[in-house]
Design a protein around this ligand. Structure first.
Ligand SMILES: NC(=O)c1ccc[n+]([C@@H]2O[C@H](COP(=O)([O-])OP(=O)(O)OC[C@H]3O[C@@H](n4cnc5c(N)ncnc54)[C@H](O)[C@@H]3O)[C@@H](O)[C@H]2O)c1
Length: 247
């Protein structure tokens, strides 16, 4: 069950964090993976950690020409996981205080990045009558939150809407498109400040299951959505958040 042997996956922003966890679980399920990241050294070191079934494929998801060239060089992609979503410039700040010059990266990575990567793989998937597209979104894309993430949330919500349309437009071609809306995740393998650690420890207590999410939690859900057995689930947004009513 949930055997991905023979399938090739591309996971964007997989040089660390959630994406790395997704790549690991897809490989364990039998897939070979391309590890994308904006930072080439991160993609290379993640692929090293993941072993022989992983190949680094660095590019900026927000740059259409880069995406097209890199994916063309990779060849057939059966499973696309749009995971890149946190621009390097991300900071928690209310809309009224965020300067206009800082808006674009949130939309570039979370909407344009998804459009670019889907554009580069969708024809091949439809021609082969098989494809799985999974977008990693957030509770910030499904709820209003008073934590200074309004434009990020707008980008995340746009990704969700696009996936719903993509799902119905391509359902007859064997391509599914679903979204995972994550709650607060543990910062695995990423150095944290003392202040950040205190805030996240406090937030973990508010999660009904009593802990933050991990890349493995998300990876297991991706294995299911990428599988043959998930052929009848498409156009859905699944909240993966330890039972939180709002994230
Ligand atoms: N961390 C959380 O608490 C949380 C909560 C909800 C949703 N999410 C979502 O989960 C996903 C992964 O988050 P994470 O916490 O692992 O992030 P992260 O910042 O730890 O890692 C993401 C990686 O994406 C890469 N990246 C950023 N912009 C890119 C671009 N334009 N092109 C290619 N790669 C790019 C970064 O270099 C980084 O290595 C994101 O979509 C994020 O919005 C995270």
């Amino acid at each position: 069950m949930f055997d991905l042997t023979g399938k090739t996956a591309l996971i964007t922003g997989a040089g660390q964090g959630v994406g790395l966890g997704i790549a690991r679980k897809l490989i364990e399920a039998g897939a070979t993976v391309f590890v994308n990241d904006l930072v080439p050294e991160r993609a290379a070191s993640a692929a090293d950690q993941l072993g022989p079934n992983a190949t680094p494929l660095p590019f900026n998801v927000a740059d259409f020409d880069e995406v097209e060239a890199a994916i063309a060089s990779a060849g057939q992609i059966d499973i696309l996981v749009n995971n890149a979503g946190i621009p390097p410039s991300m900071r928690a700040i209310k809309f009224r205080d965020l300067p206009r010059e800082e808006w674009a990266p949130y939309i570039d990575v979370n909407l344009n990045g998804v459009l670019n990567c889907v554009k580069a793989v969708i024809d091949g998937m439809c021609d082969r009558k098989w494809g799985r597209i999974i977008t990693i979104s957030s509770g910030a894309g499904t709820e209003g939150l008073n934590i200074g993430v309004s434009i990020y949330g707008a980008g995340k919500g746009a990704g969700i809407s696009f996936m719903r349309h993509l799902a119905v437009e391509n359902a007859r071609d064997g391509v599914t498109a679903n979204t995972l809306a994550l709650g607060l995740m543990a910062r695995e393998g990423v150095e944290e400040t003392e202040e950040h650690r205190t805030v996240t420890a406090h937030m973990a207590k508010t999660v009904p299951v009593g802990r933050l999410g991990t890349g493995a939690d998300v990876g297991f859900a991706c294995v299911y959505l990428a599988s043959e057995e998930a052929a009848w689930i498409t156009g859905q947004t699944i909240s993966l958040n330890g039972g939180s009513v709002t994230n």
